[in-house]
Design a binder for this molecule. Structure first.
Ligand code: 13P
Length: 253
C-alpha cells in the first residue's frame, strides 16, 4: 500500500500575516522545480489564514488551522468554528495538539468532540497523540498513545474514518531537540495503525497516514520517513524557515 506523504508545518504562535505571505511566496519558488511532491500543508495562526490562502493559491500548498471548536456559532468567546474555516478555504485542521492538551486544558473528550465536529464538515482533521516523558519512562507509552487514539476516535463513523490523519508527537521530543529515533517512532506508529485497524478494518488502517512530530528537521527527516509506518512529518520549529522546510519537503519528494 503506498500512502502519499504529508509534510505539514505547525507554526504555533509565530508569524504575522505579512510574514506569512512572504514565507509562502518564497516557499512556492523553492518547490517549483521539485518532482513527486508530497502533500504540503502550512498551519499559520488563525488571523493569517486568509492571507495564507491567498498567497498559496494554485501552488499545491494547502492551508490548515491549528484548532477549531465543536460548536458552530454562539457565546464561545475566542473560539473559531469549522464552518468559518471552511468558508475561508482552509482544508485541514490540527486537533488535540499536546500544547492544547497541556496548556489549554483539552481533555480526551474535548478532542473527540472536536474530531466528530470536523468530520461532520469537509475539513481533513490531523489528530495528535503522544506520551509524556514520565509515561515513556514508566513503560506506559503504548497504553497512553493507544488510549488517546481510541478515545479520539470514539463514535467516528466508518465512512469518515478514511479522512482522518493522525500525528504521533511524543511530548518529550517537541521543541526539545530530542527526536524519537526512526525505530522508536515506527514502533509507536505500528501500534497506532493496528489499533485503528481493530476499531475500523484493515483497509482503513492500510490507508491511514500517520505523521511523526517532535524536533523533525532537515537532517533527520529522511531517516524518519524511511520507516514503513511513518507517512510524513508534522514540523514545528523547522517549518518557520522556508529553506529548512523546503529541505524537509525535498526529503519526502
Ligand atoms: P518541533 O518540531 O518544534 O519540535 O514541534 C513539533 C510540533 O509540535 C509540531 O506540531
Amino acid at each position: 500500500m503506498s500512502r502519499k506523504r504529508i509534510i505539514a508545518g505547525n507554526w504555533k504562535l509565530n508569524k504575522t500575516a505579512s510574514e506569512t505571505r512572504r514565507f509562502l511566496l518564497t516557499l512556492r519558488n523553492k518547490i517549483a522545480g521539485m518532482d513527486a511532491l508530497p502533500e504540503i500543508l502550512i498551519c499559520p495562526p488563525s488571523v493569517a489564514l486568509e492571507t495564507a490562502i491567498d498567497a498559496a493559491r494554485e501552488s499545491g500548498i494547502a492551508i490548515g488551522a491549528q484548532n477549531a471548536y465543536w460548536e458552530s456559532t454562539g457565546a464561545f468567546t475566542g473560539e473559531v468554528s469549522t464552518e468559518m474555516l471552511e468558508s475561508l478555504g482552509v482544508s485541514h485542521v490540527l486537533i488535540g495538539h499536546s500544547e492544547r492538551r497541556a496548556l489549554f486544558g483539552e481533555s480526551d473528550e474535548n478532542v473527540n468532540r472536536k474530531l466528530l465536529k470536523v468530520l461532520s464538515g469537509t475539513l481533513t482533521p490531523i489528530a495528535c497523540v503522544g506520551e509524556m516523558l514520565e509515561d515513556r519512562e514508566a513503560g506506559r507509552t503504548e497504553e497512553v498513545v493507544v488510549g488517546q487514539v481510541k478515545s479520539a476516535l470514539m463514535g467516528v463513523a466508518h465512512e469518515h474514518a478514511r479522512r482522518i490523519v493522525l500525528a504521533y508527537e511524543p511530548v518529550w521530543a517537541i521543541g526539545t531537540g530530542l527526536t524519537a529515533t526512526p525505530g522508536q517512532a515506527n514502533v509507536v506508529h505500528g501500534l497506532i495503525r493496528r489499533s485503528v485497524g481493530a476499531i475500523f478494518d484493515g483497509a482503513v488502517a492500510d490507508e491511514l497516514r500517520i505523521l511523526y512530530g517532535g524536533s523533525a528537521k532537515p537532517d533527520n527527516a529522511a531517516g524518519l520517513m524511511a520507516e514503513s509506518d511513518v507517512d510524513g512529518l508534522l514540523v514545528g520549529g523547522a517549518s518557520l524557515d522556508a529553506d529548512s522546510f523546503a529541505e524537509i519537503i525535498r526529503a519526502a519528494a
